[in-house]
Design a protein around this ligand. Structure first.
Ligand code: IMP
Ligand code: MG
Length: 180
């Protein structure tokens, strides 16, 4: 698995330190509101979501939503579909979307417009990673881990064709892996 990785972009230690910092910031902002519903975008959010939830020292609820993925491609098709909806009625709730990475921004723009229609008390976005060069939409990111260059990354929940999610770090995939 590791031999398919070109270089480690963000180490496990750096990830943990950043997640702790974001968790503290979120708790600071939401504790006075007395409500927080984390909405993880499956499946890429998985590692970030569980670590982040444990880093937020206040009562919170968790739900998940799933959108169509890239499959085996490394570029977005631009078409987003909802594969799994929330179990929770979010009307009047303080909702925080938890994403692994923002690339074009199309997934988040779609999710944001869908969830806003349901009248949450507030809706914010938290993403571990961001590729600013690739953005084609104007989605606001309220909590961000790291800006990264325009390279295809895997690990810590992020996959290529469902592989590499269990790597403890964020790494750049060797080009030869997805070039063929
Ligand atoms: P967007 O709609 O283009 O912003 O794409 C967002 C989704 O594409 C993310 O939630 C990821 O699941 C996936 N994605 C984008 N870039 C990468 C990457 O470098 N590695 C793995 N998945 C990625
Ligand atoms: Mg994702």
């Amino acid at each position: 698995m590791d031999r398919d990785i070109d270089k480690i972009l963000i180490s496990s230690e750096e990830l943990q330190a950043k997640v702790r910092a974001i968790g503290a910031q979120i708790a600071n902002d939401y504790a006075p509101l007395g409500d927080l519903l984390l909405v993880g975008v499956l499946k890429g959010c998985m590692m970030f979501m569980v670590d982040l939830a444990r880093a937020i020292p206040m009562p919170l609820a968790i739900d998940f939503i799933a959108t169509s993925s890239y499959g085996h491609s490394t570029a977005s098709s631009g078409v987003v579909r909802l594969l799994k909806d929330l179990d929770t009625d979010i009307a009047g709730r303080h909702v925080l979307i938890v994403e692994d990475i923002i690339d074009s921004g199309l997934t988040l723009e779609y999710l944001r417009s869908q969830l806003l229609r349901r009248n949450p008390a507030s809706l914010r976005i938290c993403s571990l990673l961001n590729k600013p060069d690739r953005r084609v939409t104007n989605v606001p990111v309220d909590y961000l881990g790291f800006d990264i260059p325009n390279e295809f990354v895997v690990g810590y929940g992020l996959d290529y064709g469902e592989h590499y999610r269990n790597l403890p770090y964020i790494g750049v995939l060797k080009q030869e892996i997805y070039a063929e």
